[in-house]
Design a protein around this ligand. Structure first.
Ligand SMILES: Cc1cc2nc3c(=O)[nH]c(=O)nc-3n(C[C@H](O)[C@H](O)[C@H](O)COP(=O)(O)O)c2cc1C
Length: 334
């Protein structure tokens, strides 16, 4: 099931990738996930309005490095001409361009972007046509099943994407109205896969390595995007590979977990300076601590930390937790 994934001119080593996550998939987190085997990572979604109006300031969101490739850039916006202009601006910053047509949050749909576009298939066609003409990068879109439960448009949008020149499509099979509640309906993925000839990637409820292989098996999708399942758990990328190869996978020890937090903190400090690094790593420690017997204590200590030294002490505490008291990353789904 794990195999190279070809999206137009982009050849990925395998088909397990890190999903775009606003506020999370910045350069440090992408690098941490790549170290564990993510074949592709995405920027946080970038506002086309910001790019077109503020230029350089918004381009800073696309900061990357040699180790951070291949990189997908995700844009959100609703005007074909603006999206096309933004596509030209970011051409040299990544290896693939994705348009967000799934974001459910009010701030985004209120501007007509994200999943609001699912109510306007004609506009979707115009957007893809304009962006396709503006860039030579591989072009993809990421959608939800539809706006309301039951009013599914994913097949219609999939056909539009394919005929307007998209090179792949990702489906998170929930409607906008569900936000993140309920269960993703993977049968939509199977239906989309059988309807299209371009690659179809699946997203939704991938919390364990078993979930990842099951999605590929049940839907025959060409690749998967791990999202919430990677929070505090970048090892999921290597565990999927291990599971497929050997039928089982190794749990993560407290020493490995502490090492990852340390690297993550160093990356944050290098990119953002100590003050922002402390704020950011606290959020991630909450996720890294999941599954430990003393997780709430660790979270409390992280929240009250004010200095890098205090975070370093906490990392030392995590490192010294006996392996028998940690359940490994598979406890995430609980
Ligand atoms: C905090 C958060 C931020 C997200 N940001 C984005 C985003 O910027 N662009 C996007 O296409 N999807 C975004 N998503 C959706 C995820 O990429 C993914 O499709 C969704 O979480 C379903 O996968 P999961 O159930 O495995 O988490 C976000 C999800 C979460 C939870």
């Amino acid at each position: 099931m794990l195999k190279p994934l070809i999206i137009s001119s982009l050849v990925l080593q395998h088909n397990v990738v890190l999903a775009p996550l606003a506020g999370i998939t910045n350069l440090p987190f992408r690098l941490i996930c790549r170290q564990e085997g993510a074949a592709l990572a995405f920027t946080e979604m970038v506002s086309v309005n910001g790019l077109v109006r503020e230029g350089v300031k918004t381009l800073a969101l696309l900061k990357s490095s040699a180790a951070d490739r291949p990189l997908g850039i995700q844009l959100f916006g609703d005007k074909p001409a603006d999206l096309a202009e933004a596509a030209r601006m970011v051409e040299g910053y990544g290896d693939l361009l994705d348009i967000n047509m799934g974001c459910p949050v009010r701030k985004v749909v209120g501007t007509g972007a994200g999943s609001a576009l699912l109510q306007e298939p004609i506009k979707i066609a115009a957007i893809i046509r304009a962006v396709r003409a503006a860039t030579t990068l591989p072009l993809t879109i990421k959608i939800r099943s539809g706006w309301h439960c039951g009013d599914d448009v994913f097949q219609e949008v999939g056909h539009i994407a394919q005929s307007e020149g998209c090179d792949a499509i990702t489906l998170h099979p929930r409607s906008r109205s569900l936000m993140f509640s309920g269960q993703a309906d993977w049968t939509h993925l199977a239906q989309l896969k059988s309807a299209l000839s371009i690659p179809v990637l699946g997203s939704g409820d991938l919390f364990t390595p078993d979930d990842c292989l099951r999605m590929m098996k049940e839907t025959a999708c060409d690749g998967i995007m791990i999202a919430r399942g990677a929070l505090g758990n970048p090892w999921i990328f290597r565990q999927v590979k291990e599971l497929e190869r050997s039928g089982c996978y190794t749990s993560v020890t407290p020493v490995e977990r502490a090492g990852a937090i340390e690297r993550h903190l160093d990356l944050f400090i290098g990119e953002m300076g100590e003050a922002v690094a402390i704020r950011e790593i606290k959020k991630h420690i909450g996720w890294y601590a999941r599954g430990f017997a003393g997780a709430s204590d660790i979270r409390r200590a992280a929240n009250s930390a004010r200095t890098v030294d205090e975070i370093t002490l906490l990392i030392g505490r995590i490192r010294s937790i006996p392996t028998s008291e940690s359940h490994g990353s598979d406890a995430f789904a609980a």
